[in-house]
Design a protein around this ligand. Sequence first.
Ligand SMILES: Cc1cc2nc3c(=O)[nH]c(=O)nc-3n(C[C@H](O)[C@H](O)[C@H](O)COP(=O)(O)OP(=O)(O)OC[C@H]3O[C@@H](n4cnc5c(N)ncnc54)[C@H](O)[C@@H]3O)c2cc1C
Length: 401
Amino acid sequence: MFDVVIAGAGPAGGHLARLLAGQGRSVLLVDAIPDWHHNPFSSAGLPLEALDRWGLPHGLVKARWKGLEIVSTAERGSWAGDRDRGAVLDFGELRAFLGEEARTRGAELRLGTRLTGWEALPEGGCRVKLASKDGNEEVQARVLVDATGPARAAFGLRPGTDYLYGVGLEHLVEVDEATYQRFGDRLVFYLGKGWVPGGYGWIFPMGQGRLKVGAGVFTVGRGRQSPDLGPFVERHLREEVRAGSRTLDIHGGLLRYARGLGDHYATGPVIAIGDAVSTLNVLGGEGIRFAMEGAELALPFIEAELAQPGSAFRGYERAMKKRFLRSWNHCEALAIRKYLEEDDSRFDRMVRFLKQQEMDLLMEVLFDYRFGRALRAAGPRYLLGKLWRKLRRPLGRVPPC
Ligand SMILES: Cc1cc2nc3c(=O)[nH]c(=O)nc-3n(C[C@H](O)[C@H](O)[C@H](O)COP(=O)(O)OP(=O)(O)OC[C@H]3O[C@@H](n4cnc5c(N)ncnc54)[C@H](O)[C@@H]3O)c2cc1C
């Protein structure tokens, strides 16, 4: 019997596996991907502090960025930083680092292996059902962790909860020296329906003359139809990167965010972490740091369940919501308003306003999700807009599609 079986070796599962293995726990980490570099879907842009905070070696960094640029239909704001503010990682290498470190610390690792189900055992713990190309298998665990992100393989979607769905597509392209000089030190975001209706686009540097060029869209409700994002990425390539780029890889992924953090957090000996409980910040489409933070928040509950099986997960949902709910609710309402409701002129106005602000304030809004200073700077204009929206419709209420 394993102490802990972790399904999903993304940032949440990989980080938890290395922490538990480092504490001497017997850990089995499984993931459906056949190898670490299979579909490295995430753009993996992070603020620089995240590297030290989560113990990520600087060797994982492909590019560092100093500046930001936001492009709307009619405006272009550019903030040139005087020091490094963030990093872009290779997502495949990040997963490999976390998983291999867990293995070095004693965890057993199986790629190409999928969690297909689980059953609680009367004597405690659970029977975990796994499938790989070699067939089906069952193992026993005292605790099962669902770190399968949007798949939510252990619990599925929670009835009665509304989900925001996102889908992203990204090209890794090789560009000429002049183009790389233009984009190599900044993150660029494209907002507005002219660029990507219902979402946003981006160009991130990846070092060695490479860029990540992507687009993502959101829908409320089930989002059964996957939109074709190809044309939006091609527009970025055509109009921003221009001729001469060579696509080296195309990858993409899904986001599934429970509105109001209404996910299923734990039942019996099973607990969910990371994007499986919506630690992703849906406004920024940023989730790597928060998946790892969520894993750390879950750790003492898992240790308590191992020490005294039965009821240790009871306070977990409360602890997670204490950390995330207030700020994430605010970001969720803003994301719905910005990406799904407002017209392009509002993005233009926002960029015009932000152009008068300094880089630190941009970082606060885009990476700390703190809006107080920006709202104070926007002053009466913001308050009037808020009042107007309140009169028209309560914030964030959009019909499901
Ligand atoms: C296009 C795109 C761009 C993004 N860009 C950024 C960015 O720039 N910065 C940032 O911080 N975040 C970004 N994110 C979000 C970030 O990647 C996620 O929030 C983060 O990866 C969540 O980590 P996780 O470990 O919870 O889940 P995931 O990384 O999704 O890992 C879940 C793992 O579970 C595995 N799995 C699924 N089902 C099963 C099963 N049944 N059995 C076994 N394994 C299973 C999957 O293969 C996967 O490896 C982006 C996301 C997308 C889609």
